[in-house]
Design a protein around this ligand. Structure first.
Ligand code: ANZ
Length: 937
């Protein structure tokens, strides 16, 4: 029977839509299971076959869990604020909302064609006011919260105010910008404005002057994870360091919890490692050094207090405020010149440039509190102001950067202590070290030496043990248009939140998406964007009088705001009273399986854990961690095609002849190749672009053969394959099976359209198992043991594979099972019904069709997954090879239930064996049960 995938797939997609097959209900007595994909940013280019890889895997899992009786939440939505739509708006004047809408429509069409079992009714879009209303609401909660280190959680700002009223800052253990010290009396006497200023020092969403990554070409600040090698991740524009007033999120308050939480998660180890590295916990000590002839004290952070005897000089960050005070008149010019030079470098450049050691001497000396030696004080850009205390004690015999610095400036290198770690690592350049073991630490292990030094430092009151985290607070404002407005207005320069009842604060219309002439962000162009405090509404910008009408915040939220909590919105997407009802967030709880790309390791996956912990602290949800199990799908790579242009001409030479010319290698679109071959359709190439209209070709055997190479699949490399084309030709079921068949989910693998015919052939064979010629024919006869064995072998394998996320191996098992059933001409209902259920998570359309042909009038989706009956796997008869003196002589079929002794007796009494024995008695008989019989005569 002809397998008409197009007709079948259209029919079932329509059916699912009409019957709302995948709509998920909350009120259920079934156990829940939450399967989530990282939601897409709807780009203008649409989907290519690399995008659905993770979605197919999660869809298979979601369907499998439905078959197992779970109430599955498997939603989809769009991360629809972001830079590309805005860049496009700047170029074309087209409102980003319009392009975003168009892109979403295209995405949805493409996704629907692949037959995903999403509950479309729960779709969210981060750029919809009904969604970002709650992003703004969460921002407001963060603004009105502080981190109490004593209770180790975020609390309402009211509890902080109460503490100030009762005790001032006494006994306060908070996470803050600056350590403040005041009494209850002083607090009460402070003006309202001063009180607000103090509170800003503690809020979880706060404004402060920070050094930011400023990207002039994009006109905005970027997060550290949006900057790669000093360039913006999007567009590759240069990024500079600049001090600006910015909104920040106090994620650093959560560093320890973010670190500890990793232990509870089932995530890939490399992903956990990168979060751990990003958080960067260091344990050590803060130690004070006196400066000769100055009252200033230099405080350093060191992870190696045990090396203090070998500290021979000090290095301050050029921005350290102490530099000015301790620089001598003689050294001032040199120091100032150096400071000027470093201000041009980004923090990243400073950290990555290890070869060019640079610095300047301040002219002052510190005193080593342990060796009492004089230590010259330098400044250098390898010391960063934002980490620790912005100053280091340099131990050139133990620290590589200090060592390079000492070499360059000819400073003393003194090795002091031989610890376990030194012995293990064989300190990087021991030849230059003088070994002056200090009696104080001799014989101790690294840990012991460190602990002893910290105790001694504390004892002498010159410092204390401390823990530092590399992770900084996250800058939260962007000077862009296409993002969530920050629900803040300014009165006397102080930020105040809008009342929650007035949300959403809608993104205003602007004429231009560029910064204003005064350098304000694009929202500064809006005609109606001011806050009328008394009437609690947005009014014309002209009305700002700083009395009743105030300016609103002009920056917008970063891309990660909306994606930090979307998994909660899916639980209750239409709620207008809250972001999600507590009963529902309790019922759906954690995401049980989250699938997405590894590029979100330190961005989205840290921010969303942070917001989730915050919402838990404030009692809005119950779970600590949002994503219990996470899988990073690999990338699907494209097969790029290249032509060789003879330099300076419009001639193109075929691959094999290219080395005879001086050529340039140029990408061509893979759609210009003939069929699935490497041959270029030269006519199509000429029409591709105006510059190629007059192209001439140097052919081999009358053909132009392109060069091929595996690269990342990307529109810019012209190697994308559109899933729509694949669905058209091989069906969505073919696409789904093939994407899984390509290889293990986590690995990267090249796409090869030729491989699709294999899975398509399988689908046809599977289909035809249910037909006799053109007639659907399934027999009700009881299957044989052999038939049951094929089925149950498959059940066992597929259950194991799905539960271990090994989707590629299931596809091979389907192929094996279908081949075997075809060979034994099985068309029994008791085999073919369960077979359709087993294959349906992978190829849902064909299985729905077969299911309905089998006489069912409900969807296959909720059928119970067939259960394994081990008895069917047990062999009845074993065909024993009988080997005599190491040579296989004959085979004997015996019951699998026999004991070794019974096997032995039956083999010996067999006439064939009797003939071989010729009356002799065997010297030795070894029976390996179910395998072989070895006889020595
Ligand atoms: C002496 C020493 C001896 C150090 C030694 C290391 C090895 P992590 O692990 O990243 O926390 N350091 C401290 N503050 C710094 C800053 N603002 N900029 C650059 N470097 C800074 O690194 C902590 C170590 O990095 C500290 O321990 C300090 O050097 C340096 F054999 O002190 B150490």
């Amino acid at each position: 029977m002809f397998y008409d995938h197009q007709q079948i797939e259209k029919k079932w997609q329509k059916y699912w839509e009409e019957k709302q097959t995948y709509k998920t209900f909350d009120t259920t007595d079934k156990p829940k299971f939450y399967v989530l994909d990282m939601f897409p940013y709807p780009s203008g280019a649409g989907l290519h076959v690399g995008h659905p890889l993770g979605y197919i895997a999660s869809d298979i899992y979601a369907r499998y869990k439905r078959h197992q009786g779970f109430n599955v939440l498997h939603p989809v939505g769009y991360d629809s604020f972001g830079l590309p739509a805005e860049q496009y708006a700047i170029q074309t004047g087209q409102h980003p909302a319009i392009t975003t809408e168009q892109n979403i429509t295209r995405y949805e069409e493409q996704l629907r064609k692949i037959g995903f079992s999403f509950d479309w009714s729960r779709e969210v879009r981060t750029s919809d006011a009904s969604y970002y209303k709650w992003t703004q609401w969460i921002f407001i909660q963060l603004f009105h919260s502080w981190y109490n280190k004593s209770t180790d959680k975020a609390e309402s700002i009211e509890t902080l105010i109460q503490h100030f009223e009762e005790k001032g800052t006494q006994g306060l253990n908070a996470n803050q910008n600056e350590e403040l010290d005041f009494t209850a009396e002083e607090w009460k006497n402070a003006s309202d404005l001063d009180k607000e200023d103090i509170l800003l020092n503690y809020r979880l969403a706060y404004r402060a002057e920070t050094t930011v990554n400023w990207c002039p070409a994009l006109g905005t600040v970027l997060a550290n994870d949006e900057v790669k090698d000093g360039k913006s991740e999007r567009g590759g524009f240069p990024v500079y360091q600049k001090k600006m007033m910015q909104w920040s999120m106090r994620i650093s308050a959560y560093s320890e919890r973010l670190l500890q939480g990793l232990n509870t998660l089932d995530w890939p180890q490399p992903l956990k490692d990168s979060q751990e590295y990003w958080i960067g916990k260091s344990q050590g000590a803060q130690v004070q050094f006196n400066v000769e002839n100055h009252n200033e004290i230099i405080e350093v952070f060191t992870t190696r207090p045990d090396t203090i005897f070998g500290a021979t000089f000090m290095v301050l960050a050029p921005e350290n405020p102490l530099v000015d005070a301790i620089t001598t008149a003689d050294q001032k010019v040199e120091v100032d010149t150096y400071i000027e030079e470093t201000s041009k470098k980004t923090e990243r450049d400073r950290m990555s440039d290890v070869k060019n050691v640079s610095g300047a001497f301040t002219g002052s000396y510190a005193v080593n509190p342990f060796s009492n030696e004089k230590m010259p004080i330098y400044i250098s850009d390898y010391v960063l102001m934002g980490y620790g205390t912005g100053a280091v004690m340099a131990v050139p015999a133990h620290d590589e950067r200090d060592h390079r610095f000492a070499k360059k400036f000819n400073l003393e290198i003194k090795k002091v202590v031989e610890t376990d770690e030194d012995v293990q690592e064989k300190s990087f350049d021991s030849k230059t070290s003088v070994c002056v073991n200090s009696d104080f630490l001799n014989g101790l292990s690294y840990d012991e030496a460190k602990a002893k030094m910290i105790a001694e430092i504390e004892n002498r009151h010159i410092g204390h043990g401390t823990t530092n985290y590399r992770q900084r607070d996250a800058i939260f404002s962007r000077q862009r248009y296409w993002g969530e407005p920050v629900p803040i207005y300014y009165k006397d320069g102080m930020p105040y939140t809008l009342p929650a009842s007035s949300l959403p604060l809608e993104l205003p219309e602007v004429e231009k998406y560029l910064p204003t002439e005064d350098g304000d962000p694009p929202l500064g162009n809006a005609k109606s964007f001011a806050w009328d405090e008394a009437n609690q509404k947005v009014v014309a910008t002209d009305l700002i009088d700083e009395v009743t009408v105030f300016p609103l915040e002009l920056s917008t939220m970063p891309g990660w705001a909306g994606s930090s909590w979307y998994f909660l919105r899916y639980m209750d997407p239409h709620n207008e009273e809250g972001f999600a009802k507590k009963e529902l967030s309790d019922y759906w709880g954690q995401v049980d399986l989250y699938i997405g790309g590894s590029e979100h390791a330190t961005g989205h996956l840290l921010y969303s854990r942070f917001w989730n912990m915050f919402l838990k602290d404030r009692g809005y949800i119950n779970q600590d961690e949002p994503f219990q199990k996470l899988i990073n799908q690999g990338m699907i790579l494209g097969m790029s095609a290249f032509v060789y242009r003879v330099e300076g001409t419009n001639q193109y030479v075929s691959k094999a002849l290219a080395n005879q010319y001086k050529t340039q290698k140029i990408h061509v679109d893979v759609s210009l190749l003939k069929g699935t071959s490497d041959e270029l359709d030269t006519e199509a190439f000429k029409q591709w672009r105006p510059d190629y209209t007059d192209a001439e070709f140097i052919l081999e055997d009358g053909k132009y053969i392109t060069d091929r190479e595996v690269e990342k699949m990307s529109k810019s490399k012209y190697n994308v394959v559109n899933p729509d084309d694949i669905c058209e030709e091989y069906g969505a079921d073919g696409l789904r099976l093939y994407e899984m068949f390509l290889g293990p989910l986590e690995q990267s693998k090249p796409w090869n359209t030729q491989g699709l015919s294999g899975v398509y052939g399988f689908l046809k064979k599977f289909w035809n198992l249910y037909f006799n010629g053109d007639v659907f024919e399934v027999s009700d006869e009881e299957p044989t043991k052999a038939e049951y064995k094929v089925l149950h072998t498959l059940i066992k394998k597929v259950v194991f594979d799905i539960e271990n996320f090994s989707f590629n191996t299931s596809v091979s098992s389907f192929m094996i099972a279908v081949n075997e059933l075809q060979k034994i001409k099985c068309n029994k209902r008791n085999i073919l019904e369960p077979l359709a259920v087993i294959i349906s998570p992978y190829a849902p359309h064909i299985c729905e069709e077969l299911w309905s042909l089998l006489g069912h009038d409900t969807s296959i989706e909720f059928e119970k997954f067939p259960e394994l009956v081990e008895a069917f796997l047990i062999e009845d008869e074993i065909e024993y090879p009988v080997s005599v003196n190491g040579k296989m002589r004959f085979k004997l079929s015996l019951s699998a239930q026999l004991s070794p002794k019974e096997v032995e007796d039956l083999v010996i009494s067999d006439p064939k064996m009797q003939q071989i024995l010729e009356g002799k008695t065997p010297k030795k008989i070894i029976v390996v049960p179910h395998r072989i019989v070895n006889i020595v005569i």
